[in-house]
Design a protein around this ligand. Structure first.
Ligand code: FE2
Length: 423
């Protein structure tokens, strides 16, 4: 007797629908027809079944902080967002941060997002958010893989306490080393911060994730130092560069030198289309730059690229429900990636690619993988993106942990009723 069998699932890469059998939290068989019974069966005929969505770039400490606030980020810039967050920070308590994070994670689970890498601001003498999110990580461990990045929001060198706080946060159990070189006072300080942070990550055997060149300034080239330090400190494949929006505005000749260096360092890239479309290009009149990094070219260079949500209802982004299909849908438009294979590659950018960045163990739909999956009201990834498909069932360790009813509309003509589901 299996714990769960998902029958007749459409799986990317398989010609025919497959049955998926789960036992003790693992996928134990994937085959055209699996004989036997299970405690629970899900009929997935005509439905795409995918491993869970993964958001490798999020800010859980700030999320939902603008719910019910009268003040908003009126200019829509990164810098006003940082100022606004600076005003809100002193009001935060462990309980408030936990409450907001747990509420957001209910949304995440309902949207099929079962792995999240969240940056947590360490430029607060009390490390309130660190404490709160460490508790949330433990509380939610049965449901969501939450990976935390120690993020020196006010600059690793610029903030006099950041170095000490980084060491404290890592000692408390934060998983990943973060940084923000473009917020240091000078380019030289930015490069120096990366030198120190790479050495720290290398010495401690940790992954890294750097907010890098989140700027419209084509001369913001910290990615160059990140690549060099990644190679020098032996961190190949273990470092993510988040945002990299300045690459949008860089000279093409310089980018042609940069891309092979990034590939050589096996740098992972995380682009955040929803948030950077709002934040970037704010100093432009017309034409206005989109300000997103060069995802198509990065992928063509063999570089692993993920898309992140970044923010939901916080000082940097006034919208969102933590829906990674919405992120990829925006990416299709803003990155000019509307070819069929390109759209499929952006579906991977919210599933397999960020799972690789987070080094999630047992991610996928093969026997031996963790029994985590999502049944979508769509037949394939492109249709899922087009209709932003409802997540009918969200499965964690072989158990259904969230359900959304099938979405159907009814159109009433004089002589008949037509059911519409947009697929
Ligand atoms: Fe971010």
């Amino acid at each position: 007797m299996f714990d769960l069998i998902v029958r007749q699932a459409n799986i990317v890469g398989k010609q025919l629908p497959q049955d998926i059998a789960c036992q003790q939290g693992k996928i134990v068989a994937v085959a055209l027809r699996i004989e036997g019974e299970a405690q629970r069966e899900i009929d997935a005929t005509g439905r795409l079944v995918t491993p869970p969505f993964v958001d490798s770039h999020f800010h859980m400490d700030a999320t939902l902080s603008m719910l019910g606030q009268s003040r908003q980020n009126e200019s829509g810039t990164l810098l006003e967002g940082i100022t606004l967050w600076g005003e809100l920070k002193p009001e935060q308590t462990v309980e408030k941060v936990k409450e907001r994070a747990l509420k957001l994670m209910n949304w995440s689970i309902a949207r099929g997002v079962l792995a999240i890498r969240s940056h947590v601001d360490i430029c607060d003498p009390e490390l309130t958010a660190v404490q709160a999110l460490l508790e949330v990580r433990e509380q939610m461990r049965p449901y969501v893989d939450l990976q935390l990045v120690a993020f020196p929001q006010d600059g690793y060198l610029r903030d006099p306490k950041a170095r000490e706080n980084m060491a404290r946060a890592l000692a408390m159990g934060v998983d990943v080393v973060g940084g923000i070189p473009h917020f240091e006072r000078t380019m030289a300080d930015g490069a120096e911060s990366l030198r120190q942070l790479c050495e720290l990550a290398s010495k401690r055997g940790l992954l890294m994730d750097i907010h890098c060149d989140e700027s419209d300034d084509p001369h913001s080239r910290h990615v160059e130092a990140l690549v060099a330090e990644t190679v020098r400190t032996g961190l190949k494949g273990r470092v993510a560069g988040s945002h990299l929006t300045s690459m949008h505005s860089m000279d093409n000749y310089y980018v042609s030198k940069l891309l092979p260096l990034m590939a050589e360092a096996e740098l992972n890239i995380i682009c955040n289309p929803l948030v950077n479309l709002l934040l970037q290009g704010r100093h432009d009149t017309y034409p206005k730059r989109r300000g997103l990094t060069r995802v198509k070219e990065l992928m063509a260079a063999g570089i692993n690229v993920a898309l992140g949500h970044d923010d939901v209802l916080d000082p940097w982004y006034p919208l969102g429900t933590h829906d990674m299909l919405e992120v990829a849908h925006m990416g299709i438009h803003a990155l000019h990636m509307s070819g069929r294979q390109e759209m499929e590659s952006l579906f991977n950018a919210v599933t397999y690619n960020p799972a690789k960045i987070m080094q999630l163990e047992g991610y996928g739909l093969e026997p031996g993988c963790r029994a985590d999956m999502v049944v979508l009201q769509a037949s394939d990834p492109v249709q899922a993106l087009r209709v932003k498909a409802p997540r009918l069932k969200v499965v964690r360790a072989g158990k259904v942990i969230a359900e959304t009813p099938e979405v159907k509309s009814h159109v009433y003509f004089d002589d008949k009723v037509v059911d519409v589901d947009f697929t």
